[in-house]
Design a protein around this ligand. Structure first.
Ligand SMILES: Nc1ncnc2c1ncn2[C@@H]1O[C@H](COP(=O)(O)OP(=O)(O)OP(=O)(O)O)[C@@H](O)[C@H]1O
Length: 448
């Protein structure tokens, strides 16, 4: 809500009226906001009631209602210090406030710990590598390079290593920085004639975490500086962890000497989470926020948001907000409604099992045989076709498909490229794939 409000008013208005507000809960479908005194109550009601209702509407409330309550003095005292700008990454509502961070953790998000990281087939290698590094910094893998798409937990894992080391070795200096900040600080240090301080700062840490290293591309001066920072730390056996949206070889205009250094240690990726992992992440989030939400509702959310965990968490919060603001209990229907404005309404989803069954029927073979370990051509071809079609017709990731067939994701990748290669060349296979695809999409009657 505050995000919405803030976009529509000036910063001064925001800090005067909204930063000190306190969220007191929902009563009879109405959001109750605590304000400091009756003057604030009148003013906010007159000036901003409509805006607040719009904010609720944007979150899915059908009949938004906001009421204001003057806070008792003691509560007011508690909220006054919050008048400073809101923290960069506030935790989801309801989570206990983080303890004041010791200095070596000031840039680490308290939520991003190993305990709060759900391990699944999509991220288990990256997780294991991060743990190994946390246990033996500078020794296990240096640098550790984690890459993957947006919102899949790269920053979370980096911070988890930071927390782990900070707890066990409070004297260690830990620095987390985005490549953008590193670049800006470098530019400022040159402008202000403080290059030496800049260098000392980054070259004297025990653990350096650098996010979004792909942004080094094309920045020659920053690459040069980073190269020296890297060497200084590496030679002193200090741990370096880098994150990126792509592997080093795909970062264009990255100097060869840096690329090769990034490849010295371990490169590990994070894939999109499969369904079970998505449900587990939602479950953990709900428990953290003490929200009692039925499993089937979590499953519906997990089916709607398949690629980005940040969006997955956002979807959960949306469903929670929607049900509390409309004063209705959680249900699949409520969740579907809450998400319908943001995510495309669910099409009839093809499940992996449906595809397998269709392929099995087509090739006249029991589904279990296709999923089994047989290696004769009669089984291998239907298996590859099934994997190809699942990838094509569902949102499942390669590891998910692999798991369904009791194999790893590289086998699935191989199957897909095999079928792709044969399409157009092998007319029997091409016809089978096309027929099955049409059937699965419901364009043709199964019996035809
Ligand atoms: N395995 C996981 N278990 C629990 N939460 C997760 C997991 N992976 C990611 N998250 C959560 O998803 C959100 C996004 O994660 P994070 O910011 O680490 O992504 P990222 O890969 O660094 O994305 P970006 O490329 O946008 O920086 C965070 O709130 C994080 O806590």
């Amino acid at each position: 809500m505050l995000g919405y409000v803030r976009k529509n008013i000036t910063e001064v208005e925001y800090h005067t009226w909204f930063a000190p507000m306190k969220h007191l809960g929902v009563e009879g479908g109405s959001l109750v906001l605590g304000v400091r005194n009756s003057f604030a109550q009148d003013f906010v009601r007159r000036q901003y009631q409509g805006l607040l209702e719009d904010a609720l509407r944007s979150l899915g409330a059908e009949h938004p209602q906001v009421t204001f309550q003057v806070l008792p003095a003691v509560q007011e005292a508690m909220i006054l210090p919050q008048e400073t700008p809101t923290p960069v990454q506030p935790g989801p509502p309801g989570r206990p406030a983080a303890p004041a961070s010791p200095d070596n953790r000031k840039n680490l998000n308290p939520k991003y710990t190993f305990e709060n990281f759900v391990v699944g087939p999509n991220n288990n290698l990256a997780h294991a590598a991060a743990l190994a590094v946390a246990e033996s910094p500078g020794k296990a893998y240096n640098p550790l390079f984690i890459y993957g798409d947006v919102g899949l937990g790269k920053t979370h894992l980096m911070h988890a290593v930071g927390h782990y080391i900070a707890e066990r070795f409070p004297e260690k200096r830990i620095e987390y920085v985005s490549t953008e900040t590193f670049t800006n600080e470098l530019i400022n240090s040159i402008r202000d004639d403080k290059s030496a301080q800049f260098r000392n700062r980054y070259r004297s840490v025990d653990l350096l975490l650098v996010d979004d290293i792909q942004f080094l591309a094309g920045k020659e001066r920053t690459q040069e500086e980073f190269f020296h920072t890297f060497n200084a730390l590496y030679e002193n056996h200090k741990q370096i962890i880098l994150s990126s949206d792509r592997p080093p070889k795909d970062i264009q205009t990255l100097e060869g000497r840096l690329r090769s250094r990034f490849e010295w240690g371990l490169i590990t990726d994070i894939q999109s989470p499969e369904f079970e992992t998505r449900v587990a992440i939602l479950k953990m989030n709900a428990e953290h926020n003490r929200i009692d939400i039925p499993q089937d509702v979590l499953e519906l959310i997990a089916r709607q948001v398949t690629t980005n965990i940040r969006e997955l968490e956002g979807a959960l919060m949306r469903v929670v907000a929607f049900s509390s603001l409309n004063n209705v209990p959680f249900s699949r229907a409520v969740a579907a409604k809450a998400l319908s404005n943001v995510f495309a309404p669910q099409e009839v989803k093809v499940e992996m099992m449906d595809v397998l069954k269709q392929v099995a029927a087509h090739f006249n073979m029991p589904p279990d045989v296709i999923r089994g370990s047989g290696r004769v051509r009669e089984v291998v071809v239907p298996r590859q076709v099934a994997q190809y079609l699942i990838r094509d017709l569902t949102d499942h990731s390669l590891p998910e498909i692999g798991q369904f067939f009791g194999r790893d994701h590289s086998t699935v990748m191989h199957a897909i490229s095999k079928v792709t290669e044969q399409l157009g060349k092998d007319s029997e296979l091409t016809a089978a794939v096309e027929l099955l695809r049409r059937k699965m999409k419901g364009m043709e009657d199964e019996d035809e």
